[in-house]
Design a protein around this ligand. Sequence first.
Ligand SMILES: [Zn+2]
Length: 163
Amino acid sequence: MIADIEVREAGKKGLGVFALRGFARGEFIFRRRNGPAIRYEDLERVPAEQREHLTELDREHCAIVEPPGAYLNHSCEPNAMRSGVKVFAWRPIAAGDEVTIDYRLNAFGGDSWPCLCGAPSCTGTVVGSFFALDMAKQQAYLPYAPAFIRKEWRARLPHATLL
Ligand SMILES: [Zn+2]
């Protein structure tokens, strides 16, 4: 039980995580818990409903996200950010707001999925790759991205050492 959030219906998105109090920008919200690392090729042995709540750990491994973190929905303009398993407010969050993160932070496959987030910048389709984000977002998110994304970002952009 995490005192400051609750899981409840989030309309068409299914369940979502909601703030029970306000959070200031940068404030810690809760710690997400992941199951053990699973190699992608072993995923077929994982029950389908658990496969709906995966997080990419690196190019070889993912993990099943446990509740309540499993119910954090994606937004193209999220109000929260994740750094490893720590979820913190990216923007001020009011009590009652749904807490959302950007799934592209640690995504690399480029698979697309329909998006219901409703953000002004949302095209209705998310391309699941950090590198599909616009450059301003890549730079803003980079410090919180997992090591394998940061490494690939630097490799793709030799001038990044100047930033
Ligand atoms: Zn969206």
